[in-house]
Design a protein around this ligand. Structure first.
Ligand code: ASP
Length: 471
């Protein structure tokens, strides 16, 4: 989904247009708030008949795709693992590593957002007003009541009695559960039977991604309208918490990159973090400039093989899987954003709900496409699940471009760390195999493992993302 980087029409790239929309909407709203005041008839008229509907149209287009997108991406992701028995131990180990590192990254983000509390820097009056203004969002109300408590019922409730009803009520966990079971069952029937369904799911996935692309063409106006609604009612007061939120996301991403990854590399993989980072600069820079894990995939594979000496069978299996499923930066971003917006809207979340947020951040990161803004529609779904009005994304969409660039770097770096971890733990590679620049390539494979799954085992996922990639 070419959300923020596509050239849309003449000249200006879409992400610049969104930024312009944000500035124009914010400044216009501020000026009117400071000169006429929020209660002036003109301001109220603009909010009611211009900015309000425009913002709603944009939001509804995003909401509209949440159910098909989550279902198609999760079931395809699971099905693309192929026959779990065949991929077996290595596949499960790879997935386990993805889950573990994503859980650590979200935890870092959650910790920092709790310490700095960007959303609570809003006064109680403003918060009450925010909630009163936006709480009419029906979908958020429905689901808020379902997640008010966390207990055994919540766990049982994840299994939907009726997947269609779960979809109608935007019960994200229920849709995800159904998607997972559907994907697992898809791998258990004969390939001949499964093929048409996989084709349908791939097409569905591509179609909803196209719809998001169309919606994002409206983003400059949608964002302008939504932020106008915010600043014309609330003035400056929300801008400082937003700056703190951006700082929290960027600092958490930095911490994960300079603490978690080096710790894994040094103590588990046994390679110097300096050597590692000096060899993976190309994919990191590519990720930063494209904001797309999928677009960076070819560079990542070449780098893992040529600069790190990782055997191609490992790089060819772990990296494509990682580009779609292993998103450390995205998971962190989603966790922090949900908590920030919940704080901003005065939605209190108990510990149990925060654990659910951690889980949801990891699961939705698994389902997000590795393209610019790939996580935004899923994020909108998670917000609704916790009773946070979807309008909340207006606050963050304008700054998302820079966050997307940063989180994609972390996503791609996490994939490369995972590749060295798997290669090392399978005794197929060691730090000694890292080629020294200017010297003949390293030994690479140390051993031949007959059980190693081939890159074809993850083919559907790769194809899916290749197609949804920007030209
Ligand atoms: N841009 C991210 C990636 O491609 C996905 C996202 O978080 O939006 O890895």
């Amino acid at each position: 989904m070419s959300v923020t980087s596509a050239e849309s029409g003449k000249g200006m790239p879409l992400h610049t247009k969104i930024l312009v929309g944000l500035v124009v909407g914010a400044v216009l709203g501020l000026v009117l708030k400071l000169t006429l005041g929020a209660d002036h008839t003109v301001v109220q008229f603009l909010n009611r008949y211009v900015a309000g509907p425009l913002g709603q149209i944009f939001l509804r287009l995003l909401f509209m795709v949440v159910v098909p997108l989550v279902f198609a991406s999760i079931s395809l992701g699971v099905a693309s693992l192929g026959d779990l028995k065949r991929v077996g131990r290595i596949g499960l180990k790879t997935l386990g590593f993805f889950f573990a590192t994503m859980a650590v990254s979200v935890s870092i983000g959650l910790l920092l957002v709790q310490i700095l509390q960007p959303g609570t820097r809003i006064s109680p009056e403003t918060r009450a007003e925010l909630m009163a203004t936006y709480a009419s969002d029906a979908s958020s109300k429905v689901v808020a009541s379902q997640t008010a408590t966390f207990g055994i019922e919540t766990l049982v409730g994840i299994i939907p009695r009726n997947p269609v009803a779960a979809a109608a009520n935007l019960e994200l966990l229920g849709i995800i559960f159904f998607g997972i079971i559907f994907g697992v069952a898809l791998t258990m029937i004969t390939a001949e039977r499964a093929r048409p369904m996989i084709g349908v799911l791939e097409a569905l996935n591509d179609i909803v991604i196209k719809i998001v692309e169309i919606a994002m063409k409206l983003a400059p106006f949608g964002v302008a309208a939504l932020i106008f609604g915010v600043t014309s009612r609330f003035g400056w007061v929300l801008l400082k918490p937003l700056a703190v939120y951006v700082t929290v996301v960027l600092c958490s991403l930095a911490l994960h990159t300079i603490v978690t990854f080096p710790a894994i590399l040094r103590f588990i993989v046994g390679i110097s973090p300096f050597t590692f980072f000096s060899r993976v600069k190309a994919p990191m820079i590519t990720a930063f400039s494209t904001s797309s894990s999928s677009a960076t995939l070819p560079t990542s594979i070449a780098t893992a093989e040529q600069n790190l000496g990782v055997p191609s069978k490992v790089a060819g299996f772990v990296l494509p899987l990682g580009a779609t499923m292993n998103m450390n930066g995205t998971a962190l971003f989603e966790g922090v954003t949900v908590i920030f917006l919940a704080q901003a809207f005065g939605v209190t979340l108990d510990l149990g709900q925060q654990v659910v947020i951690l889980m949801m951040a990891v699961i939705t990161a698994l389902g997000a496409a590795g393209v610019p803004g790939g996580s935004i529609p899923l994020l909108v779904g998670v917000l609704a699940m916790f009773g946070v009005p979807g309008e909340g994304i207006a606050l963050i969409l304008g700054v998302d471009r820079v966050l997307d660039m940063a989180r994609t770097v972390v996503n791609v770096t996490g994939d490369l760390v995972a590749t060295t971890f798997i290669a090392k733990s399978e005794k197929l590679w060691s730090a000694a195999a890292v080629p020294v620049p200017g010297v003949e390539a390293g030994a690479g494979a140390l051993d031949e493992s007959p059980n190693w799954p081939g890159p074809s085992d993850v083919q559907p996922t790769v194809e899916r993302d290749e197609r949804s990639r920007l030209p």
